[in-house]
Design a protein around this ligand. Structure first.
Ligand SMILES: [Fe+2]
Length: 469
């Protein structure tokens, strides 16, 4: 073997040093958990959120390559804003970032990427702002997800988790926005972000606070750092308008207050629920519902929240909400009420105070997006129930003029249920009894009752019960 000269050894050392230096300058693996949500006005605002390894903000600034978002109406981007860490009071390997984009154009597709030459870059993704004028659009819904369990338990199919299958079905639906009525991650945030990122990086995720998102201070701080919704700090209820629909996200944990707890392993504090209503939220609900019903441009009122009011699942009706919220729901009759917490699918007939009424609200429970499934309380469905399925699933809602066309889709793609809900305005117009000023009916109430019963039958037939398990 030929001996190396000192010159060759020196050159080898320099090359090795340069290689090591080059490796040190390589960017990190880049952002993960990219997701978006509307700001206060879905037509002109979008919040972009993601995660970077702990310490990356300081490293990037020190290297002169701060973390930014680049965006524009074409893939060449063009605009740039700095992005900063969210408050994260607990040490963790991945730190959430968020940036609010405002002044956007309605109904416009934007291209964007986040990162820096030091932090690494995301791929270039797209989002679309809400249209300036109403047009048909599609919403997907699911709650109670987490990173997910395998589709069969005990698992015989470990190839793909139920949550991944649900997301895959949602990608086929290609919604304009997604509603997540709570219990997002079950405290595995990194796993949840990776699960939903294929959809959430392009489709705004509008969420409600679930009990597993906030029944301990540590969980609540994580939720608040990661899920930036159009609310003031510390408030977890809000409304937003998309097209002809007013969506209202409510906080079923809002009457829960921070209490000292010696059993809490984190901050010595726990969110315990008291029997008192949250007066501020009650006032918010009334104002939101009244404003929606007074606005001629709003055809649908759709509240969504975590713990159910109308449900035959394991948890069943939440008594505090039956007492405080149900009277408001019955008064303003939202067309559709989206709930979760019971890990199954269930749809009611139009109801007022649990009684079938053609002018009432349809309640959905969609809590089967990945966590273990629940059985129903009663083998015999209640009279108010229209469909049920203890299955992993998502719900697709197509808003088109005065009608919502709904489909419950199993994680395997099977159609579990189809239904139709008309706007209250159109139902009331159709149910108005004909004026007969010159003909006195011997029993006027009989005419009205007959119309109501006929409409009830029509609405009932529109819903197709596919499964009773
Ligand atoms: Fe829950």
């Amino acid at each position: 073997m030929k001996a190396r000269t000192p010159q060759v050894l020196l050159a080898t050392f320099i090359i090795a040093l340069l290689a090591a230096s080059s490796a040190a300058a390589q960017p990190s693996a880049g952002p993960m958990g990219l997701h978006i949500a509307y700001g206060a006005d879905p037509k002109t605002s979008m919040t972009v959120m993601f995660l970077l390894p702990s310490g990356m903000e300081d490293t990037a600034w020190s290297a002169g390559a701060p973390v930014v978002i680049q965006f524009g109406t074409s893939a060449s981007l063009g605009e740039q804003l700095p992005v900063f860490e969210r408050p994260a009071p607990y040490a963790q390997p991945w730190i959430p970032y968020a940036v609010a984009l405002t002044g956007l154009q309605p109904g416009t597709t934007y291209h964007y990427r986040v990162g820096s030459d030091v932090a690494g870059w995301s791929s270039i993704e797209t989002f679309k702002t809400a249209p300036a004028a109403p047009e048909p659009f599609t919403v997907t819904v699911w709650g109670d997800q987490g990173p997910g369990q395998y589709a069969t338990m005990p698992s015989t199919d470990t190839s793909e988790k139920a949550a991944d299958k649900v997301v895959a079905q949602a990608l086929k639906v290609a919604p304009d926005l997604h509603i997540h009525p709570g219990d997002l991650s079950y405290d595995d945030w990194d796993g949840w972000h990776r699960t939903v990122e294929p959809l959430a990086k392009n489709v705004p995720f509008m969420v409600s606070l679930g009990n597993h998102d906030g029944d301990e201070e540590r969980e609540l701080r994580q939720y608040e750092a990661r899920m930036v919704m159009p609310t003031p700090p510390g408030v977890h209820y809000y409304g937003f308008t998309y097209g002809n629909v007013r969506f209202v996200s409510l906080d079923t944990e809002a009457w829960c207050v921070l209490r000292a707890s010696t059993s809490n392993p984190y901050a010595g504090a726990h969110y315990g629920c008291t029997p008192e209503p949250n007066e501020a939220q009650l006032e918010f609900i009334r104002k939101e519902f009244q404003a929606a019903r007074d606005d001629p441009s709003i055809d649908f009122l759709v509240p969504f929240f975590h713990k159910p009011i109308v449900s035959d699942g394991r948890h069943g009706p939440t008594q505090g909400l039956v007492k405080w919220w149900l009277p408001l729901l019955d008064e303003f009759k939202p067309e559709l009420v989206l709930q979760a917490h019971d890990h199954l699918y269930e749809r009611s007939h139009p109801v007022v105070n649990f009684s079938v009424d053609p002018l009432g609200s349809v309640y959905l429970v969609s809590g089967g997006a990945g966590k273990s499934l629940y059985a129903f309380r009663n083998a015999t469905p209640p009279a108010w129930e229209a469909a049920r399925s203890a299955s992993y699933h998502l719900v697709s809602l197509r808003f088109d003029g005065q009608v919502i066309n709904g489909t419950a889709i199993g994680a395997d793609g099977a159609v579990l249920d189809t239904f139709q809900v008309s706007s209250l305005r159109s139902r009331m117009a159709n149910a108005t009894p004909p004026e007969t000023p010159h003909v006195s009916s011997p029993v006027p109430g009989v005419v009205w009752a007959g119309l109501v019963l006929a409409l009830s039958a029509v609405l009932s037939r529109r819903g197709t019960r596919k499964a009773h398990m």
